[in-house]
Design a protein around this ligand. Structure first.
Ligand code: ATP
Ligand code: MG
Length: 323
């Protein structure tokens, strides 16, 4: 495994927002982490290299192994070497990650691992071409504001892959872009992933995007994974009422709404989590037992797990269906 997260717990002022999370990513695999706003996805991503804002949040327990090395025990110097080199990030807003006063060329040059080499210009030019920016390859005087949001995000992806990281974390990288550009960027990520065998953690609230990209899908709710499995399996047969609700809210799956209403209500507050299954207040399949104890992850089929005590029965009687 390239990445193994074990028993991760993270606490903010509002309470524990990651409540014991396990996640693994194999070499060349893309794992999609999906869930509604505020469920803890970004917190998981930032925890990997301990980028949780100091004094606001703390990682209270867990292990995060990158190629077997526990990143939570590293000193600051070693951690600095991991950040942006072994683990790279791409965030939602490219404009806030690029420095407006330096040219694209200068910023890419800065990101090169063995910078100062005579072939830097050729490397930067190739890099720009590889992310679909042939138009500006070889140009040294382009500033970030001269590029569209989609082009800026391509630059960010170029910067993220240049150190050949073991793991690329993409946190809502296309959310700020319009749909056509979103699809182009997703295609680019897929192409790079396959070409250079990248391991990717792809974070999004949008299951449509996750289904396009991920080999494996992990669905998060109120700080824990509530379903996880191979994408194909989850598309064919989701194993948690919450996942079914997320699938039904994908616009192109809208015909399904006749069968199953999209999820009602809101995710609970971390300061006031319900007893038992955290989804039960919104779940139309709840029974008394759901209210008392929070379910463990239970295996439905090989590599497919669900934190719903009724999953097997609901699947068997056709109450929750895939597409
Ligand atoms: N800097 C912070 N200070 C205090 N609380 C925070 C901070 N960042 C996050 N939180 C809390 O942690 C919870 C999880 O936040 P996180 O950003 O990980 O969610 P998310 O799933 O990435 O949401 P979104 O889809 O909106 O990006 C939030 O509901 C919020 O209560
Ligand atoms: Mg987030």
């Amino acid at each position: 495994m390239v990445l193994e997260i074990k028993g991760l717990r993270v606490r903010y002022g509002v309470g524990e927002v990651v409540r014991g999370l396990d996640l693994e990513i194999a070499k060349g695999e893309c794992v999609g982490l999906v869930g509604e706003s505020g469920c803890g996805k970004t917190t998981v991503g930032l925890s990997i290299t301990r980028l949780i804002p100091e004094r606001k949040g703390t990682i209270s327990s867990g292990r995060i192994l990158l190629e077997g090395q526990d990143l939570l025990t590293l000193d600051h110097e070693s951690l600095r070497k991991v950040r942006g080199k072994k683990v790279s990030y791409v965030f939602q807003e490219p404009s806030s990650s690029l420095n407006p006063v330096f040219t694209i060329y200068e910023q890419l040059k800065e990101a090169l691992p063995g910078r100062g080499a005579t072939d830097d210009d050729a490397v930067i030019s190739d890099l720009l071409k590889s992310v679909g920016l042939a138009k500006i390859a070889g140009k040294k005087n382009i500033y970030p504001h001269e590029l569209s949001g989609g082009m800026q995000q391509r630059v960010m992806i170029a910067m993220a892959i240049v150190p050949r990281p073991d793991l690329l974390v993409l946190d809502e990288p296309t959310t700020a872009l319009d749909v056509t550009v979103q699809n182009q960027i997703l295609d680019l990520i897929m192409e790079l992933k396959n070409k250079i065998g990248l391991s990717v953690l792809f974070i999004s609230h949008d299951l449509r995007t996750i289904f396009r990209l991920a080999d494996r899908v992990a669905v998060m709710y109120a700080g824990r994974i509530i379903e996880e499995g191979p994408r194909k399996r989850i598309v064919a047969q989701p194993g948690h009422p919450y996942t079914v609700g997320l699938i039904d809210s994908i616009p192109s799956f809208e015909h399904r709404k006749k069968r199953f209403d999209a999820i009602e209500g809101r995710a609970p507050l971390f300061s006031d989590l319900p007893q038992g299954c955290k989804f039960h207040p919104r779940c139309k399949f709840k029974i008394d037992k759901c209210v008392h104890a929070e379910p463990e992850l239970e295996e439905l089929s090989d590599g497919h797990v669900s934190r719903c005590i009724r999953a097997k029965g609901l699947i068997a009687n056709g109450a929750i269906k895939g597409s």
